[in-house]
Write a new protein. Sequence first.
Length: 452
Amino acid sequence: MTATYREKIAQRVGICYLVLMALHIPVWRTLYCEDLLAPALLAIVVARGDFRTLRRDPAALALALFLLLAGIATLTHFKPFPGNAYHWCVYAYLAVTFIFFRGTAFPTDVLFLLGAGFLVLAAAACCFDLVMTWTGIGPVRFSLISAQMDATAMPFLRQRFTFTFGNPNLLGSFYALPFALLLLSLLTEIETWRRQAFNVGAALVLAVIPLLLTVSKHALLSLALLAAFVAIAVRQRFRWAAALAGAVIVVGGLIGGLSIAYPVFPLQKTWPFINTECPGMYMIHQSAYAKMAVHAPTKLLFGHGAAAARDLYPSFTNHDSARRTLAHYNALPDFDSFVTFMAPHNEYLRLVILFGLPAALAMFAFWRLVAASPPDRQTAGLIAAFTAALLFCCLWDDLLSKRWVWITAALLTNRCIDTAKNNAAAWHNHESGDNVSTITPPCETPAPTRLT
């Protein structure tokens, strides 16, 4: 099989994976339709020899170090089976997915169509639910309804847009991927669309509305990408655009973190102006995992493991605090589940509990190195903004187990996308049998000099 033919297969497999992931079709428990393509992703990565070239990639080495340390921790917590084995396999799968999408030369026009197609369909679904809500002629189909929020200080959480995901937070984090696909394509044609900047800006604003209706703090991922994109587009006229975009991301992250620590609503007339009478809902389990992480210093090396964490969780929860918090959210019927076992909703705590502090540090070193390895100067702003927002969002969810987070980062650091665009005519001529020079396989194209 030639490199050219293999790359065409990789493109088609990758496109199918992206489409299936957007449809979010469950097969069994946490297995979804796109996961059935995992063997194909691995086979392509092995056939291309991607693992051999990764020895020169600092980010890949940090990821390999994480898998090694997490693997050692898994062996120390192997029983009861599957113990940590399931979680380690998830991260190994995500590593393969990242390597595949980072090394596949997707045409920019295809990425644009995929991103724009998802945003248009999501907007149509959102409009449908809004019409159903306002007219009452039928039930909503793409939103989560939480009627108990009507009796709280946060009635805006009653209806949250979910599209195909069933969970507004999943959709809120997924939205970063179609925006990344769209913005990558726009960056390659930046001089063309600048003449229609108003139309492009209006379209992006409209695309953000369904995202905001998820009422998810994960929207910070997409808003960070958009802020970086605007900064790139106007930096010739406004020197401080990048600094302003960075400030927007930091402020958004701090506000999100504040909403985790306290309920915030209802707002008060006096300092500190927010509701601090009880901790936020996520603090019920985050405080339990924080106590668990430090109560035995020897466990910081390889963590507690998934099974031990489940057994220890009830002993570290504060029942009185949990009851006050859930009463504020009108969620006292859920009290037993909150004090029996809940996921950390904090990636830092989750990794320390599962695999230990060294593995957690290796993972976040990987993300730091990913942010420092953009394929070109324009994309540098996007990946830096996305990674910064991701580190904030990890304070309030277990985001690093989401496939689309890794794929977004992989595409933003993909050095082959420009090659795919430059070779577009060559692909066409090659398929029609014209006598043309051999196409340079995208993964053999020399990487540009790393930015300093």
